[in-house]
Design a protein around this ligand. Structure first.
Ligand code: IMP
Ligand code: MG
Length: 180
């Protein structure tokens, strides 16, 4: 595994991300929603650095990926909190094709949010298939498959405190190991 962003890099990036969000909202109350499960680690670090009063909730999204490529998106909003008339910030780990955030922004508007913005740790330099772009981005990264700091392959590696590129041989080895 090749480290792309160290623990120190991530700390600095999240600190700057929080500052950008603070500058934008000031003291306005914010409803901050974690897109599970990938944003888990970022979310915990981010909300503790934001200064405004917050309501915090979660929504589950999974892309039924085959291997490492994007698949059909499934959203479970059973644990959502009320966002009607609220300023909402959606937090996700990575903006890849953009389908996840695009869909969830639409859902928040459907639920009656008065504004919806998005924050991500990573934006991949790749072809995004939607028109929207995240409002707040900590890092732009090359089009590689990455794990750690919340991001997974087959639900593994989320606990790594750094971000690493998972090479194709390691992807194959992880899949094989989980099958046995
Ligand atoms: P999108 O809908 O294609 O933008 O993909 C967003 C979701 O795909 C993220 O929330 C991640 O769960 C997952 N994803 C995309 N790229 C990667 C990656 O490089 N490593 C791990 N998960 C990824
Ligand atoms: Mg995810």
């Amino acid at each position: 595994m090749r480290t792309l962003l160290s623990e120190a890099d991530l700390n600095e990036g999240v600190e700057k991300l929080a500052s950008k969000i603070d500058d934008h909202y000031g003291d306005r109350p914010l409803t901050v929603i974690a897109i599970m499960t990938g944003s888990l680690v970022l979310f915990a670090d981010l909300i503790r650095r934001l200064s405004m009063p917050q309501r915090v909730g979660v929504v589950q999204a999974s892309s039924y990926r085959t291997g490492t490529t994007s698949g059909e998106l499934h959203v479970d909003s059973a644990m959502m909190i009320d966002v009607k008339g609220r300023d909402v910030l959606l937090v996700d780990d990575i903006f890849d094709t953009g389908k996840t955030l695009d869909r969830l922004c639409g859902m928040m508007h459907d639920f009656g949010a008065s504004s919806v913005r998005t924050a991500v740790l990573l934006q991949k330099r790749t072809e995004h298939i939607v028109n929207m772009r995240p409002d707040f981005v900590a890092f732009e990264i090359p089009d590689e498959f990455v794990v750690g700091y919340g991001l997974d392959y087959l639900d593994m590696y989320r606990n790594l405190p750094y971000l690493a590129i998972l090479e194709p041989v390691e992807i194959a080895a992880t899949a094989a190991e989980l099958e046995t």
